[in-house]
Design a protein around this ligand. Structure first.
Ligand SMILES: Nc1ncnc2c1ncn2[C@@H]1O[C@H](COP(=O)(O)OP(=O)(O)O)[C@@H](O)[C@H]1O
Ligand SMILES: [Mg+2]
Length: 345
C-alpha cells in the first residue's frame, strides 16, 4: 500500500462542501520566451457546477489548453508560470496548497482527458494494467480486485468484449476506442470535475458524435462538472450549458448557450457563429472572420480583437482593453459596443 491510500479530502484546510467544485478567478499565465513575455492567459475567470457543462471556446492559440494545464498543475514550467489568480476546488485555492495535497486533489477530484489518447496512454503496458494501477495506488486494492474494476470501467465506456480487451495494448485500439479508454482512466477515481481538451478533434465525425454522447451520459449519471474545451462552435451547441469564449488569453464573452446562440454580444462570438456551416444556407458563402489572432508577445493596444473587428472605433484601439460589461444578470461581454452587436441581427 502506498501513502495515497484512503485519501481524506476533508482534511484540506478551508474545504467547503457547499462551494463549487471548480472556480477559476482572474487566472494569469505567462510564458517567458526568447521573444519576450507571452501572456497566454490574461485574467480568465469561470466556474463549473456539479452536472454542468462549461464550454471554453476559441481559436487555436488563445490559451485554452494552457488554462487547463494550469488547473491540473501540469504547466510546462519553465517557460510557463502562473503569475496570478486563484484556482478553487470547493473553496480551497489549489495554487496555495503544498504539492502533495495538490496532487491528491488532481488524482481524485479533477481529471482531464486530452485530444491525443495515444500519447496520453503508456504504450508499453496493457490498458488493464494502467487502469488497475490507479486502483492499486490510490485505493490500495489487490491486483485481482483492481483488474475486476478495470473491466467494469471498460464496460462503462462501452468497449465491446471488455473482459478480453483489458489485456490489449493502447495501439491495438482504434482512435475512438482509445479515447474511450482515456475517459475510463479519467473517471476511475470518480472525479467531481472532468476537463476535456478537444476530446474529439482527432476523430472522424461519426465517432466524434459517439464520444460526445458518451461523455454527456457519464456526466449526467455522475452529476459531474464538465469543462469542454473546443475550437468548434458546432460541437458545443448540443451539450454545453454555459460558454466562455476566449480570445488572445482573455474571456471576451460569457453566457448561457441559448443566449449566445440567439444574440451574441461580442463581434468575435458573432463571427464564430457566422462561420458554422449551415444546411439551410447551402450555396451561400461562409463569412469566416478575416485576419489572424495576434501574436501573444505583441498584443495590440485596446481590444485585442480590434484589427479584425467590423465594429471597431478609436476607443477600441486605445488602452485599457474593454472590461467585461454586464449584458444581463448572468451574462458578460468585453465589447464597448455590445449593445450594437447584440441588436444588429
Ligand atoms: N511550451 C510553450 N512555450 C511557449 N509558449 C507557449 C507554450 N505553450 C503555449 N504557449 C503559448 O500559449 C498560447 C496558448 O496556447 P494554448 O493554450 O495551447 O492554445 P489553445 O487555445 O490552442 O489550446 C500559445 O499561443 C503560445 O503563445
Ligand atoms: Mg489546445
Amino acid at each position: 500500500m502506498t501513502t495515497d491510500v484512503n485519501v481524506k479530502m476533508d482534511a484540506l484546510p478551508g474545504l467547503d462542501p457547499n462551494a463549487l467544485p471548480l472556480q477559476v478567478k482572474n487566472l494569469q499565465v505567462e510564458f517567458r520566451t526568447r521573444n519576450g513575455i507571452a501572456k497566454a492567459v490574461n485574467g480568465v475567470s469561470f466556474d463549473v457546477a456539479p452536472g454542468e457543462t462549461r464550454a471554453i471556446l476559441g481559436e487555436s492559440g488563445c490559451g485554452k489548453s494552457v488554462t487547463a494545464q494550469a488547473i491540473m498543475g501540469i504547466l510546462d514550467t519553465p517557460p510557463g508560470f502562473v503569475t496570478g489568480g486563484e484556482i478553487l476546488y470547493r473553496g480551497v485555492d489549489l495554487l496555495k496548497l503544498p504539492e502533495e495535497q495538490r496532487r491528491k486533489v488532481r488524482a481524485n477530484k479533477i481529471a482531464m482527458i486530452f485530444q491525443d489518447a495515444l500519447s496520453a496512454l503508456n504504450p508499453v503496458f496493457t490498458v488493464g494494467f494502467q487502469l488497475s494501477e490507479l486502483y492499486r495506488k490510490h485505493r490500495g486494492m489487490s491486483r485481482k480486485d483492481a483488474k475486476a474494476r478495470a473491466v467494469e470501467l471498460l464496460d462503462l465506456v462501452k468497449i465491446p468484449a471488455a473482459k478480453q480487451r483489458v489485456n490489449d495494448f493502447p495501439h491495438q485500439f482504434s482512435g475512438g476506442m482509445r479515447q474511450r479508454v482515456m475517459i475510463a482512466m479519467a473517471l476511475a477515481l470518480d472525479p467531481e470535475v472532468l476537463i476535456a481538451d478537444e476530446p474529439t478533434t482527432a476523430l472522424d465525425v461519426t465517432v466524434q458524435a459517439q464520444i460526445m454522447a458518451l461523455l454527456a451520459e457519464l456526466q449526467q449519471e455522475r452529476n459531474m462538472g464538465l469543462v469542454l474545451i473546443t475550437h468548434d462552435m458546432g460541437v458545443v451547441a448540443d451539450v454545453a450549458d454555459r460558454i466562455s469564449v476566449m480570445y488572445a488569453g482573455r474571456v471576451i464573452e460569457e453566457a448561457g448557450v441559448n443566449e449566445i446562440y440567439a444574440s451574441p454580444a461580442h463581434p468575435y462570438t458573432k463571427g464564430l457563429l457566422e462561420s458554422i456551416p449551415r444546411l439551410d444556407l447551402k450555396g451561400q458563402e461562409l463569412s469566416a472572420i478575416k485576419g489572424l489572432p495576434p501574436v501573444l508577445t505583441n498584443i495590440p493596444p485596446g481590444c485585442s480583437f480590434n484589427p479584425r473587428c467590423r465594429y471597431a472605433q478609436d476607443v477600441c484601439r486605445k488602452d485599457p482593453s474593454p472590461p467585461l460589461y454586464t449584458v444581463s444578470s448572468d451574462r458578460t461581454a468585453a465589447c464597448h459596443f455590445w449593445k450594437e452587436v447584440k441588436g444588429d441581427e
